[in-house]
Design a protein around this ligand. Structure first.
Ligand code: ZN
Length: 323
């Protein structure tokens, strides 16, 4: 069982190089809610966040039924010409931090994050693959990445050469500042797909709030066209995204579904019970599970996500994991 979508967060307190700059009151409040949901005090934001976040996460992983977990780095935003936008974005998690965390524990795998417009994007990609990266993660709408920009072709070709999959956020985003909402459209994943990259569309293009476009139909059309496209069911135990679980449990989605929690996004079966994808008694059972990684698995199993959705990443991640 692999969780392919787990965020590392930090403020650099351990010398990790990670940073967190919560400029708007909404993002500050949200950060506190997220910390609270994993049992950490809001004061950790200004304290030793690196250490307490890491230790809590490792505890949860240790007690979970997961064999492997992909820890995600988080890249800066850049212009399409490759100029760093240091004042945009609220979070940065360097590749080296994630790579160093995964070296100490064989259950942990590194999901690195590289903006394809960086002048050193390809050397950084080669370096990360050599260092053991299993996938590359990006948030196109927050990091300003139009994945179908022809200037990025060489980068995607290099990823295809390495057989390194792309995990790309699709659909709206609530937890981080959005640079260009149009880049949430999974249709823009066509260029990497055409270059032969295995792509996992995080959240399958579903809507994050009421006024967000729903890109699930676009995602479905791409699934038909590209057999190497997958979707993850991460971060969907929320009021709006939970509406799409029922659809994802059917074909053509189910055959291409991979498991992800989107930790530390809160996990509650309440929304699914309300939408009758699980029973109220399943909700009562799962709400007693203190470990959010385990709770997420239990809720998805109750919903009917098949066993292969929890193990599919074994074949997709760079190098094939657990073989
Ligand atoms: Zn995420």
């Amino acid at each position: 069982m692999i969780d392919g979508h787990v965020h590392v967060v930090g403020n650099g307190s351990s010398g990790s190089g990670a940073s967190l700059s919560l400029r708007s009151p909404r993002h500050r409040l949200l950060a506190r809610v997220l910390l609270h949901s994993i049992g950490l005090p809001g004061s950790a934001l200004r304290g030793n966040l690196d250490e307490v976040y890491r230790d809590r996460l490792l505890e949860f992983i240790d007690e979970s039924p997961l064999s492997h977990v992909v820890l995600l780095a988080h890249e800066h935003a850049y212009t399409s010409e490759g100029r760093l936008l240091p004042d945009f974005g609220s979070m940065y998690v360097p590749n080296d931090y994630v790579l160093s965390l995964t070296r100490s524990n064989p259950r942990l795998l590194a999901g690195v994050s590289i903006h394809p417009a960086r002048s050193d994007a390809i050397p950084e990609l080669d370096r990360c693959v050599d260092a053991g990266a299993v996938l590359m993660k990006c948030l196109p709408n927050c990091q300003n990445i139009n994945c179908s920009n022809p200037a990025y072709r060489k980068f995607w070709e290099r990823m295809a050469y390495h057989r390194l999959p792309l995990l790309a956020h699709t659909g709206g985003e609530l937890s981080l500042p959005v640079f260009n909402p149009r880049f949430a459209d999974p249709v823009l994943l066509e260029l990497p797909l055409q270059c032969g990259v295995t792509v996992i569309a995080a959240h399958c293009g579903t809507r994050s709030h009421l006024f967000d476009p729903d890109y699930l139909p676009q995602f479905a059309r791409l699934l038909e066209k590209y057999p190497h496209l997958y979707g993850d069911n991460s971060g969907m135990q929320t009021p709006f995204r939970s509406a799409h679980f029922r659809t994802l449990l059917s074909e053509p989605y189910m055959n291409r579904m991979v498991h992800g929690s989107d930790y530390p996004i809160p996990v509650s079966g309440f929304w699914s019970a309300l939408r009758r994808t699980i029973t109220w008694s399943h909700w009562h059972e799962t709400r007693r599970i203190p470990n959010p990684l385990t709770r997420d698995i239990q809720i998805k199993q109750s919903m009917g996500f098949r066993a292969d959705s929890f193990t599919r990443l074994t074949d997709l991640l760079h190098g094939g994991v657990g073989k």
